[in-house]
Design a protein. Sequence first.
Length: 129
Amino acid sequence: MLKTLNPPGLHPPFARYAHGIAVPAGARLVFCSGQLGISTTAEIPLTVEEQTALCFDAIGAILAEAGMRLADVVRINAFVTGREHLQGYMAVRDRYFADHPPPASTLMIVSGFARMEFMVEIEAMAARV
């Protein structure tokens, strides 16, 4: 069983994420490369919320191929191209992870991605006992 780690001696997380996740010995791990907000038909939505949803849908598909689901995600590294995208990204992330304990998470602001249209990229790590 995965255990969230939020020690009482630390400032609480700023949003819905855990400071750490303990993964027990023997768990299977899956590492997802960074996913961009692009559809299977190469469409890139104009909002960070829509791009974020596509990223998490892609991560969900990768995990499904490994017999896992988003509930197995233990770590997220997310990158957005501006502070104005933080709230939209976090709202979508929280919606996708509302029904289970939040993963450990890092959110960074970067100068951009390979194509200017992209506003967000998300990579994830999942574990299942």
